[in-house]
Write a protein that binds this ligand. Structure first.
Ligand code: C2E
Ligand code: MG
Ligand code: MG
Ligand code: MG
Length: 293
């Protein structure tokens, strides 16, 4: 990772250092300390309307600001947090902080604030029978409308059914929106879109990367937007980095997108400072109707 490029002036810690030292357990122990010492931060990335660049939604993403190692990526510590179970407590903190921040934006900016906020929930959290109640408690405590919250889960987490699927059903029954994250990379099954109460399909960055290349590269993004439209779901294209990708996705029928092209994940004050008009695609093509999650 290039720290500068990511818009975050930190040095990235690389977990190979620990692994080489055979020190995975210490990472787990450090996570516990980090939670106690308040070393976790949330950053926020916009999800925009392609035609006008307007911010519709926002995704919260966790960061670990280690006093010595610098900024640690969630890719490098979420697996360890899942393994030692700390994700349950950390996930509660993330959910609460996310909802608090959303309500603050609503109060400060009213109609100009993002309409909804999404939060990532890992397989381990969904497997916890008490998780749906935690969501209900946080919504009650913050006064947040359930349908303003989007819970992002992966295909893999819900593929096996069981408690995870039950939890998703329970959360959805309470009015919370469900997004399938990184769609197309896990236990991909279009049947999942019928068995899981999905509202949002987040099409993985790997399909967006080559969408502008001729031929077969656009087939999967095309199939996924058609499936989304046919099933009445919203599709979000993830990891959009260029104007060309945005234009092509729009041409294919995508309405919502997320990626560095529109805005990198940033801390709450920076997010609030740049809420308007991010890199709209050309307005010449306006055949796609407005879509809400
Ligand atoms: P995700 O939920 O699919 O989040 C999108 C990831 O792609 C984020 O990485 C985001 O910074 C990155 N991204 C967004 N746009 C672009 C782009 O245009 N180009 C590139 N190269 N990357 C882009 P991040 O924040 O490092 O998070 C990685 C993954 O870690 C997330 O993927 C999610 O699975 C997990 N994660 C992050 N925050 C949380 C959290 O609070 N709880 C849980 N359980 N998992 C989290
Ligand atoms: Mg996500
Ligand atoms: Mg994603
Ligand atoms: Mg992803």
């Amino acid at each position: 990772y290039a720290a500068k490029e990511a818009g975050e002036p930190y040095r990235w810690y690389h977990p190979d250092l620990d692994r080489r030292a055979g020190d995975e357990a210490r990472l787990g122990a450090d996570l516990r300390i980090a939670l106690n010492e308040g070393q976790f931060r949330l950053v926020y990335q916009p999800i925009v309307d392609l035609p006008d660049g307007r911010i519709r939604y926002v995704e919260s993403l966790v960061r670990w600001e280690h006093p010595v190692r610098g900024l640690v990526s969630p890719v490098d510590f979420i697996p360890a947090a899942e393994q030692n179970g700390l994700i349950v407590e950390l996930g509660e903190w993330i959910l609460r902080t996310t909802c608090d921040q959303f309500m603050r934006w609503q109060q400060e900016h009213g109609a100009a604030a993002p309409e909804r906020i999404s939060v990532n929930v890992s397989a381990r959290q969904l497997a916890e029978p008490g998780f749906a109640q935690v969501v209900a408690d946080v919504l009650a405590a913050t006064g947040m409308r359930p349908d303003h919250l989007i819970v992002e889960v992966t295909e893999t987490a819900v593929f096996g059914g069981g408690v995870a699927l039950q939890t998703v059903n329970d959360i959805h029954a309470r009015g919370v929106r469900i997004a399938l994250d990184d769609f197309g990379t896990g236990h991909s099954s279009l049947g999942l879109l019928q068995t899981v109460p999905v509202d949002v399909l987040k099409v993985d960055k790997s399909f967006v990367d080559n969408v502008t290349m001729a031929g077969r590269h656009a087939v999967i993004p095309t199939v996924l937007i058609q499936a989304s439209d046919g099933l009445g779901l919203s599709a979000v294209a993830e990891g959009v980095e260029t104007a060309e990708q945005a234009a092509e996705l729009y041409r294919l029928g995508y309405r919502l997108a997320q990626g560095y092209h529109f805005g990198k994940p940033v801390a709450a004050p920076d997010f609030a400072a740049r809420r308007t008009g991010l890199n709209p695609v050309s307005r010449r093509r306006t055949r796609v109707p407005e879509r809400s999650i």
